[in-house]
Design a protein around this ligand. Structure first.
Ligand code: NAG
Ligand code: NAG
Length: 143
């Protein structure tokens, strides 16, 4: 009986903790149109992760990844979760936006944030919630 109660408490705490801090979500979306493919490459400077160069070939196709802030000393800035992506498109991938800091942890632990980056013909756009309009951030640099 006691063991069952302890087990239930452990399960409740497990779900409670997970629910109280959902993962962050970074979304990269190709809205270039006219059959244009978007190339992306994302790296995590804190964990050494690297997607390699990948392609979103279809209109409105997205790549997304989920993660949590590292439970580290928040004063240790070098070790804060930080993801950077490069975007490019065109016949020679000559339209580029490099080193976009798509997520950077703050000094406090945060949960469930959305960071959506949308590539369009005139540059890339950003929003932090699906129910708000996207805002233009930066045009493409020709290389
Ligand atoms: C893109 O996809 C999202 C979700 O999959 C959808 O809600 C949205 O309407 C689409 N936008 C366009 C322009 O097709
Ligand atoms: C950063 O924090 C993570 C998770 O707490 C830990 O595994 C890693 O060793 C830390 N790295 C450095 C350089 O302190």
């Amino acid at each position: 009986m006691n063991q069952i109660i302890v087990l239930l408490i452990v399960i409740a705490m497990h779900f409670g903790l997970n629910e109280s801090c959902p993962d962050h979500r970074v979304v990269i979306t190709n809205q270039l149109g006219k059959g244009r493919a978007l190339q992306y490459r994302c790296t995590g400077s804190h964990d050494g992760s690297n997607t390699g160069i990948r392609t979103l070939a279809k209109f409105n196709q997205s790549y997304q990844f989920l993660f949590r802030d590292w439970p580290t000393s928040w004063t240790d800035e070098q070790n804060r979760s930080r993801f950077v992506c490069d975007l490019s498109w065109g016949p020679q991938n000559e339209n580029r936006a490099d080193n976009i800091e798509v997520y950077r942890a703050a000094m406090n632990r945060r949960c469930g944030l959305l960071r959506q980056y949308i590539a369009r013909e005139d540059g890339f756009y950003y929003r932090s919630a699906y129910n708000v309009p996207v805002g233009w951030v930066r045009g493409w640099t020709k290389k």
